[in-house]
Design a protein around this ligand. Structure first.
Ligand code: PMP
Length: 351
């Protein structure tokens, strides 16, 4: 017998490229093109570096309190982690502990099946319809839990709060996780449902709408009992997940609501303008309410356009997978970046 037989083998998640060269236009990982709120920079300069000697607060109290105040919840209803990837991974481990399959869409965030495989959780994919919409009837079968992003990724399609509620109503016996990584770009959060559904966990992140992907901050909101269970698992894993600067700077970002609303508004405005321009070039896409578009061209393949953009130093995301191989996921950057993208696309599709 070889030691390799005892290895936990996994097929890892593949994140979007983080190219090192300067001057490229990076529209491949849905980062925010604007810097974090100005208060974050001020606070960063004021951090008492000798405090780094100490372990950070295990509960990230300052951050949880700020988020609780912002979302009108109690701090005990908030769980924070190192990006929402950390939070969702903990939630899989905590809440998806059944022999029945966890349900999620066939086209969705490609980390879900990786966590399910890592933790040996059975799962079943529910195919989206031809317009990339969730079919609620698929979520009426026996299951061990449910997760989906809203808006969905990589499609950008937003479902209504009523639809989320329909799924919750049909599934009182399992935890339903709604991954709202992109909700701040025009969607309506299902947070108001928390008071009526104790099995709902809503996950959000600082990586997109709050311009802090580099700080790695994510959080979950739910009733106190759910959050306690999540904390029990977290404390069985690593009690000090979130570092001190992340806690302080995250709290600072939440304090500046005006900046948050303004930058999200700018991205939405740019997105709506890009939608029109892409249509003129022969692209079609589901109507995204996120900070990205999921677009396919009427004649050219996704692979070809992806490669041609890359040659010009413009990075977008492409998956060579059935149903979506002709689509490119394009992050909404600044107006100038999108101008350059459109210029390049014009050249590519009209050559
Ligand atoms: N959920 C979805 C749907 C995402 O697209 C992402 C970004 N890759 C995440 C969660 C994780 O983001 P983060 O860990 O940066 O919060």
């Amino acid at each position: 017998m070889s030691w390799e037989e005892n290895v936990r083998r996994v097929v890892p998640y593949v994140p979007g490229e983080q190219p090192k060269q300067k001057g490229i236009i990076k529209l491949n990982t849905n980062e925010n093109p604007y810097p974090p709120a100005p208060g974050v920079e001020r606070r960063l300069k004021e951090i008492d570096y000798s405090a780094l000697r100490l372990y950070p607060d295990t509960d990230a109290g300052v951050l949880a309190e700020e988020l609780a105040a912002y979302y009108n919840l109690k701090p005990s209803q908030i769980f924070v982690g190192v990006g929402s990837d950390d939070v969702i991974s903990m939630a899989f481990l905590t809440f998806f502990h059944s022999d029945k399959p966890v349900l999620f869409p066939d086209i969705t965030y490609s980390f879900y099946d990786v966590w399910a495989d890592l933790y040996r959780i059975p799962y079943k994919l529910c195919p989206l319809d031809g317009d990339f919409r969730i079919k609620t009837e698929d979520y009426r079968q026996e299951n061990g839990g449910i997760i989906f992003p809203n808006p969905n990724a990589p499609t950008g399609v937003l479902e209504s709060v009523d639809m989320v509620e329909e799924i919750l109503k049909a599934n009182p016996e399992v935890v339903v996780i709604v991954d709202e990584a992109y909700i701040d770009f025009g969607g309506e959060s299902c947070l108001p449902l928390l008071s009526r559904y104790e099995n709902l966990l809503v996950v959000q992140t600082f990586s997109k709408s709050r311009s802090m992907a580099g700080m790695r901050i994510g959080f979950a909101m739910g009733n106190e009992k759910l959050i306690r269970y999540l904390n029990d698992v977290k404390f069985s894993f690593n009690s000090y997940t979130m570092n001190l600067p992340a806690q302080l700077l995250g709290a600072e970002a939440v304090r500046d609501k005006d900046y948050f609303v303004k930058t999200c508004g700018k991205i939405m405005e740019t997105r709506e303008w890009v939608k029109g321009e892409l249509r003129k070039l022969g692209f079609h896409f589901p109507d995204s309410q996120a900070n990205f578009l999921f677009a396919a061209h009427k004649t050219m393949s996704g692979k070809e356009i992806f490669a041609a953009l890359r040659e010009r130093g413009i990075y977008v995301r492409h998956w060579d997978k059935p149903r979506i191989k002709d689509y490119l996921r394009i992050t909404i950057g600044t107006r100038e970046e999108m101008d350059k993208l459109l210029e390049a696309l014009t050249e590519i599709v009209t050559k």
